[in-house]
Design a protein around this ligand. Sequence first.
Ligand code: CA2
Length: 145
Amino acid sequence: MHILVLNGPNLNMLGVREPEHYGTETLADLEAMISEEAARLGITVTFFQSNHEGALVDKIQEAYGTADGILINPAAYTHTSVALLDAVKAVQLPTVEVHISDPDSRDEFRKISYIRQACIATVKGKGFPGYLEGLRLLAEHIREK
Ligand code: CA2
């Protein structure tokens, strides 16, 4: 099983700023944590982070035919991007949306998620371990199919 793990804009700044929302660990720490869980579950993972919407759309399209599922934190594009929603709908791969913080308990504009309607689940407000939960949900879903 192969899962594509996508992180959106500014998540390359993890561990550098805003520890009150996103903790003190880096994106590399996060990816190492996910790799460990993936190995335990017998899954292969590929990571990609971008600050550019089109680059994320391209990666989602590339997943068609090469990945079994997508774990995505679209970051700010969660609240703005119909393009990411359409990309996930187009590839028809099981997708889990994950957020480190709980966007619903923050600014009003963070309550909207476009991508959510194309996802099998959303995990939010659980910090980095939320990605591991998302990975397990995806694996279970794919294995059941
Ligand atoms: O909680 C999450 O994971 C978010 O997707 C993070 C996004 C935010 O726009 C969403 O509403 C919720 C922001 C990512 C910014 O990441 C930073 C990390 C460190 C320092 C500054 C920004």
